[in-house]
Design a protein around this ligand. Structure first.
Ligand code: NZQ
Ligand code: ZN
Length: 389
């Protein structure tokens, strides 16, 4: 294992069917003024809103709401929320929803007491907060992003066709607590469920496809990937399978709470390509990743051949007998494609609304990172998008 690192993750997790009971105790640690943040209304339909509001009332809280946080939350919605939170005064931001709502809550947390423009400061200059950070807690309703136990926040500026991810270094941006009841995820439409499943899988890939040393993180990654495959196959057949849904929830958290990135560099180019697609089309995050993954991995396979061989054998049980390394690696990616088709994932960006005349914006919107097996050129990125069309 190479590299120097620090590992600290302060988020307290409450997991299981009775997890929400713990909201009482958590709320008692903060002042009266709560800003409740949620999305487009799913929590009102499935009853989670009523349960949370009842607990807030029981604890005597004074609550202001920011409703309607959209998937891929925008800077404009953030500005609206900053005004609400400032007027109310806020001791705790309680996010009830998926990654979009929790990411939004974190961006709000670092902006309420900040005099500068949050877009420029956090998403263009990538600065750390220089003001007080409002604590965030959450009740998770959709799995995939890992936002419940990390310091990432992704905000979109639609007019600029930019979708930018800031992973804050300051641990106080992470949720103080996350309430994780797998039953809550069962009302997700299938499209969102499988998009979240692929998001989990790809988070692991982004941290796995890098480096040449023997590294504990890669073994943890393989175990998580094997469980995502197993549990996802069960969950698509029976979305009410508690065991499968709870495994997926826990896999998602460990896939992106920085543990499996320790001691290694990381790739993250599928996310950079996918975020460019998201900025141009506003498509569902996990689907943008599934649509660009196979062209990208096929393209870099030769650069990271030993790892792709290991992936084929350890994750996809590819039989190596009589095959060259390239054949083994390619067979691994074929099995991955079969699994993606089995789930019903989107494999072409055209299906998400991307068109040939968006190619310039797609290429220009892709941040080029250097932690993986190949540093892409703009022409190569264009080729990958063409393959993904
Ligand atoms: O808005 P509502 O009505 O609540 O509906 C949501 C939304 O339409 C619905 N939903 C959520 N829970 C539900 C439910 N519907 C029925 N029953 C439930 N229990 O699902 C839709 C999608 O929700 P969203 O929060 O957008 O999905 P996700 O969790 O995938 O979050 C996506 C956002 O997270 C960012 C993405 O870029 C995207 O903006 N990411 C955040 C990361 C991080 N913080 O580390 C990393 C990821 O790679 C990702 O980039
Ligand atoms: Zn993701």
């Amino acid at each position: 294992m190479l590299g120097n690192f620090t590992y600290c993750n302060p988020t307290k997790l409450y997991f299981g069917k009775d997890a929400l009971e713990n909201l009482h105790g958590e709320l008692q640690k903060y002042g009266k003024k709560i800003v409740l943040v949620y999305g487009g209304g799913s929590i009102k339909k499935n009853g989670i809103y009523d349960d949370v509001v009842k607990i807030l009332q029981d604890e005597g809280k004074d609550v202001a709401e920011i409703a309607g946080v959209m998937p891929n939350p925008t800077i404009h919605k953030l500005r609206e929320g900053i005004d609400i939170a400032r007027k109310h005064g806020v001791d705790l931001i309680l996010a009830v929803g998926g990654g979009s709502v929790i990411d939004y809550a974190k961006a709000l947390a670092v902006s309420v007491h900040c005099d500068e423009d949050p877009w420029d400061k956090y998403f263009i200059r990538f600065e750390e907060p220089s003001c007080d950070i409002v604590p965030v807690g959450d009740v998770l309703t959709m799995v995939g992003t890992g936002s419940e136990m990390n310091a990432g926040s992704v905000i979109t500026y639609p007019e600029k066709k930019l979708k930018i991810d800031h992973v804050f270094a300051d641990e106080s941006v992470m949720p103080r607590f996350s309430i994780m009841n797998p039953v809550y995820t069962m009302t997700l439409p299938k499209y969102q469920m499988i998009a979240g499943i692929y998001d989990i899988f790809n988070h692991i890939c982004e941290q796995y496809f890098s480096g040449e040393d023997d590294n504990t993180s890669d073994y943890l990654a393989e175990g998580l990937m094997r469980n995502v495959i197993e549990a996802s196959r069960k969950a698509v057949v029976d979305p009410t399978d508690y065991e499968a849904r709870s495994n997926l929830m826990w896999d998602a958290t460990w896939a992106l709470n920085t543990l499996i990135a320790k001691g290694k560099s990381m790739d993250w180019m599928v996310h950079m390509l996918g975020q460019a697609v998201g900025a141009c089309t506003n498509a569902t995050h996990g689907m943008t990743l599934s649509a660009v993954s196979l062209p990208y991995y096929r393209f870099i396979m030769k650069d990271g051949l030993p790892k792709f061989v290991r992936f084929a054998k350890a994750v996809w049980n590819v039989d190596a007998d009589g095959r060259s390394d390239e054949e083994i690696a390619a067979a691994g990616l074929e099995r991955m494609k079969t699994w993606m088709q089995e789930l019903g994932l989107v494999l072409h960006i055209k299906e998400l609304g991307a068109t040939e005349d968006m190619l310039d914006d797609l290429v220009n919107g892709t941040l080029i990172l250097d932690g993986g097996y190949r540093v892409l050129t703009k022409d190569e990125i264009r080729d990958i998008f063409r393959q993904a069309m």
